[in-house]
Design a protein around this ligand. Structure first.
Ligand SMILES: [Zn+2]
Length: 492
């Protein structure tokens, strides 16, 4: 007799590589997948727990490559918005903002305030952050990027200028220390005022240590509006300079004058992919969300206020309604509301579908866990791709949807032995009902658990079952492993 901790029997296994679903029994022991066999093939095994998954899909746990969960994994280690979706690993530190290494002089600059107020920033070194994650024992695994804006904050007296050579050297030393402790790479948020005046040369110089470390560069680009192709070229340039893979974060064509341009945007990506590793992530919604940006208050799209420090009573209202109520322009209303958060109705559904279905695109939620009225992507991104986009509208197959959330993400970010249902891999697993899985979170009621996620194991430990957490928390900090340069489609 062979012994397992858990046997999952009768499942349709979607292994994460894009291969067609097959019926299999799976054995888990000591946090790893130890055997995969045809139905009945594990009858000589005993197990403490047997999970009957007939009629259900067993897939690798989902990897949320684009999160702002840096402080949430420590303060709310149950991680309800993510574990309820079948997410087993989150990557934090996106868009240039990371919780570490950070030393604040006063309040966190925009958009670092998305991670919390000054009290949330307690990690002057990356090693301190890693210890805090492991001490908190969140339900999910945590991989981390280092934010360019966070580093600027540490070394510059003001952020509306380029960094000097000395300041870049100080930033680089902190980045190198973080890479030595397992950080996945560097992220930037060049569209924000706190990094907009950083020239490409600053980012290129900072990115140089990434190549030797086998790390990567991710970017919330300088613009997602009319000059998006220039911004993409800038991102590719950083990758070429530092000889590192590039991930364009939450790729989108923002603003009505840009709608329809996903065709040329994806063509740019495809052309450059012949010569260097470049990919992207996106969230499956046609509205974006961040802090309230005066540049985007142009009157040509609707903008919903999600929070406002001076006027919390305006959460949920359109900025146009606030302006009418106050009898001022939308610009003036926006100024009075700040600091504030917003949802921008700024994408076309055709572009979202085109970008999401491209083989180079991973799924990342970009959820904002500290927002009192968060964009529903926080609780709904992954089941929305499985339900709405794969099953209900047949944009992509279920196998392809899972690949975008698992093996493609693990290979790109260097999360070794994760992202596939494969013998020897970590047992991060989700069982879901392919007929019922759906996102329940809406813009009006965004904090709602997905339906049809039946069970979630993290490092072999059953963590979520029948719409409830079990109380077990088996996630841990995940250091950078060897990134695989090649994905199932033959390209990065
Ligand atoms: Zn961003």
């Amino acid at each position: 007799m062979e012994r397992a901790d858990t046997l999952i029997v009768g499942a349709r296994v979607i292994d994460g590589t894009g291969a067609p679903a097959v019926e299999r029994d799976v054995a888990v022991r000591d946090g790893r997948i130890v055997a995969i066999a045809e139905p009945g093939g594990l009858s000589h095994w005993t197990a403490d727990h047997t999970f009957d998954a007939r009629g259900k899909v067993l897939a690798p746990g989902f990897i949320d490559v684009h999160t702002h969960d840096d402080t949430h994994v420590i303060r709310s280690p149950q991680m309800m918005p993510k574990i309820t979706q079948g997410v087993t690993t989150v990557i934090v530190g996106n868009c240039g903002i990371s919780a570490s290494p950070v030393t604040l002089r006063s309040d966190p600059p925009d958009p670092m305030n998305l991670l919390g107020d000054a009290s949330a920033f307690r990690y002057p070194t990356f090693a301190a952050y890693v210890d805090a994650v492991n001490d908190a024992r969140p339900t999910v695994n945590v991989g981390a990027l280092i934010g360019h804006t966070a580093l600027r904050n540490n070394h510059m007296d003001r952020l509306d200028r380029a960094a000097t050579a000395d300041e870049i050297a100080g930033m680089r030393a902190q980045l190198e220390e973080a890479l030595d402790h397992g950080a996945l790479g560097l992220s930037s948020g060049l569209a924000y005022g706190s990094a907009f005046n950083a020239p490409p040369e600053e980012v290129e110089a900072l990115a140089e240590p990434l190549g030797k470390a086998g790390a990567l560069y991710t970017t919330h680009m300088r613009t997602e509006f009319d000059a998006i192709l220039d911004a993409m070229n800038e991102a590719y340039g950083v990758g070429r300079h530092a000889r590192v893979p590039v991930v364009i974060s939450h790729l989108k064509c923002a603003g009505p004058s840009n709608w329809g341009r996903s065709v040329e945007v994806l063509k740019s990506l495809e052309t450059v992919r012949d010569g260097q590793p470049v990919g992207c992530d996106c969230y499956p919604y046609n509205r974006s969300s961040s802090t309230l940006d005066l540049k985007q208050v142009t009157g040509d799209i609707d903008i919903t206020i999600t929070w406002s420090e001076p006027h919390p009573e305006m959460a949920g209202k359109l900025i146009r309604e606030v302006a009418d109520e106050w009898k001022v322009s939308q610009q003036d209303a926006a100024k009075r509301l700040q600091p504030a958060g917003a949802v921008y109705h700024n994408m076309s559904e055709d572009d979202v579908r085109r970008i999401l279905s491209h083989p180079a695109t991973m799924v990342g939620s970009d959820g904002l866990p500290n927002d009192p009225l968060p964009h529903p992507r926080l609780w709904g991104a992954f089941p929305r791709v499985l339900g709405h986009y794969a099953r209900d509208t047949a944009l992509i197959t279920l196998e392809e949807a899972v690949r975008k959330m698992t093996s493609l993400s693990a290979r790109r970010f260097g999360l070794s032995e994760r992202g596939e249902v494969r013998e020897g891999f970590h047992a991060d697993l989700v069982v879901f009902d392919p007929e019922r899985v759906r996102d329940a979170a809406t813009f009006a009621k965004p904090q709602q658990a997905a339906e049809g996620i039946d069970a979630v194991w993290v490092n072999g430990v059953l963590t979520y079952r029948e719409q409830a957490v079990t109380g077990a928390r088996a996630g841990r900090f995940v250091a950078r492993g060897a990134a695989s340069k090649v994905d199932a489609a033959g390209a990065f």
